[in-house]
Design a protein around this ligand. Sequence first.
Ligand SMILES: Cc1ncc(C[n+]2csc(CCOP(=O)(O)OP(=O)(O)O)c2C)c(N)n1
Ligand code: SF4
Ligand SMILES: [Mg+2]
Length: 308
Amino acid sequence: MAQLPYGVALMQENIFKINDKEYILPGSRACQGCGLSLAYRYILKALRENTIVAIPPSCLCVLHGLYPTTSVTVPAINATFAGNAASASGIVAALNALNKTEITVLALTGDGGTYDMGIQSLSGAAERNTNFIFACYDNEAYMNTGTQRSGATPMGALTTTTPILTKREKKKDMLKIMEAHDLPYLATVSPAYPADLYDKFVKAKRIKGTRYIHIDIPCPPGWAYPAKDTVRVGKLAVETGIFVLCEIEDGKFRFTGRSETLAKKGKRLPVVQYVERQGRFRKMSIEQLNQLQSWVDSRWNEYMKRAE
Ligand SMILES: Cc1ncc(C[n+]2csc(CCOP(=O)(O)OP(=O)(O)O)c2C)c(N)n1
Ligand code: SF4
Ligand SMILES: [Mg+2]
């Protein structure tokens, strides 16, 4: 690892070395302040030209645009909702047959397409250790169709399918499910920390087999906060520990970036500071808030034990 004069440890790349080429053109159809646009911009900077992206029906599909116009400069295939990992696996097989293994295949998939409808094709591809990056961009609901609840929606959030009593179930632990597939590389990232995100995609590109990356995606209309606050909300997710920046390699867990600092200091903000900024939690009960805090604490403690 390189070391800056003021003692910041660097991974393979750093904020000063981020590829300055743009792969997303100005004027996409994503909403103002969209966390996905921000994350995708840095993902493509990290993966560069030799990349093919598989996209299911989702906000990502809208961001890409309608044929014959597109806002993205890398080749992409529009797959089915449940079959993004299967379509990406087919591309990997074709590239292998053509001996073009230098091309990175990225299946970038929403939480609905990962946690719910696409979990079978993802699990099958992961079990075969398909040579691709599967990245779940998690905006915690079916946003493209108007904010319906998914397995990723947190307890206490309002969606159009949990309109009065809010979602009562806990968020599914997708990282745990993917870890059970014994993958070579798993990581979590947030567009609020672009250098950490960039580093992890650069690293993932160099590894073979199925690499799973989970991206927290703050979403102004779906989470009901002002568009200017996307980075602030993304940072609060990490500061409160509701979203943890980490890597798992060969079964070894480690905190990264800001989460590593928080783990060392033993300090996190209370979850209420994250919750109170978002209109989707406006009907959350105190009991649900306490349950959410306990869930965050117990998962954090589990990670702390693993990081020892
Ligand atoms: C089989 C099938 N059912 C439903 C739809 C309609 N549909 C399109 S996008 C979408 C929501 C996708 O949610 P998610 O994967 O979380 O991505 P996001 O829209 O949040 O980016 C749905 C339900 C579809 N295209 N195909
Ligand atoms: S609904 Fe959310 S994730 Fe979808 S384009 Fe708008 S801001 Fe982005
Ligand atoms: Mg979604």
